[in-house]
Design a protein around this ligand. Structure first.
Ligand SMILES: [Zn+2]
Length: 321
């Protein structure tokens, strides 16, 4: 039954991408805005005696169709075989292993950071977004066979979100729209985030629904790339995830790692922190809360736990070498 939905998804994403990818803005965001207007209009009409019945009917029918399409286009993919089951080893991650890997990725990050461009403040910038997106699509088609047997249509359907102002304040970096198969990202983010976020959203496009699996597939897409902008962003994400995992057990180790960042990396880190700080507020708490609820209702861990990505990463790395 699940494999039926996986095959259906291959077909659906291709059709959707052919229909929506060429539109220069996020059509999915427009659909969301129209849906919002529909809900508000009929929601308000519930208070008018004359229209109450017909509006209630419209709302129920509308919500049901929306939910049904969501489940068919996307929700069923949460029942796929987890990637961890496809890896040769399935050991618990240990802090020791994570530290070795973190040291390794710090060196990689330093090296790759010296190859990319920066702005006049010395902050990493992307020079060619289109080339980066093309590279992600190329890499999608060359993922390890045992992890992804999915077809990569190679259609560029990355869209800057129409809600970037809201996203700045919510900590949401990007999202996949299952109704249009578009991958939205926040174009106002510090550039260190954008390549990896794009790789992550493209993994959803490929058909990996779980958050941490999209991170892992994004990692596979970016980590050996010849495009230094994609590689730096991916290595940097990996390093940060490892440090987040280690910090609970050994905060001193993480402190010394941060000290050993190269100067350009330190500038990137300060810039990221300033961005988050500038946009922190009640919206962040609110969305952090609702996002957790949403993830839980989709049978996943909430966003607090990084460990499934670390699980995948450590098991993959130890089976590689
Ligand atoms: Zn995601």
């Amino acid at each position: 039954m699940i494999s039926f939905f996986e095959r259906f998804f291959e077909f659906q994403k291709k059709v959707h991408q052919l229909i929506f990818s060429w539109i220069p803005f996020s059509f999915g965001d427009l659909v969301y805005i129209l849906t919002g207007i529909f809900l508000l209009y009929h929601g308000a009409a519930l208070f008018k005696k004359r229209k109450r019945h017909s509006s209630l009917l419209s709302l129920l029918v509308g919500i049901n169709i929306f939910y049904f399409l969501y489940q068919v286009f996307w929700g069923m993919l949460y029942f796929q075989v987890p990637i961890i089951k496809k890896l040769p080893t399935q050991k618990e991650p240990t802090t020791e292993k994570a530290k070795i890997l973190a040291l390794n990725y710090l060196e990689k990050c330093k090296r790759t950071r010296s190859l990319v461009k920066e702005d006049h403040n010395g902050i990493f910038i992307i020079t060619d977004l289109k080339a980066l997106q093309k590279e992600i699509l190329n890499k999608q088609a060359r993922l390890p066979e045992n992890i992804s047997g999915k077809k990569a249509p190679g259609i560029n359907s990355f869209k800057p979100s129409l809600f970037k102002e809201v996203m700045n304040f919510t900590g949401i970096l990007g999202y996949y729209n299952p109704f249009t198969a578009e991958a939205q990202y926040n174009s106002q983010l510090p550039h260190t985030y954008i390549p990896f976020t794009s790789a992550h959203e493209s993994s959803h496009q490929l058909g990996f629904a779980r958050e941490q699996e999209a991170n892992f597939v994004g990692y596979l897409i970016g980590i050996d790339s010849k495009n230094p902008e994609l590689r730096y962003s991916t290595e940097y994400f990996t390093l940060k995830s490892l440090l987040n995992f280690i910090v609970e057990e050994d905060p001193e180790f993480v402190k010394s790692m941060l000290k050993n960042y190269s100067l350009p990396m330190k500038r990137d880190r300060v810039y990221e922190k300033a961005f988050v700080l500038k946009h922190q507020g009640w919206l962040d708490d609110f969305f952090g809360f609702t996002n957790n609820l949403f993830l839980k209702s989709n049978q996943q861990e909430g966003s607090i736990t990084y460990s499934y990505f670390i699980d995948l990463l450590l098991n993959y790395e130890s089976s590689e070498k």
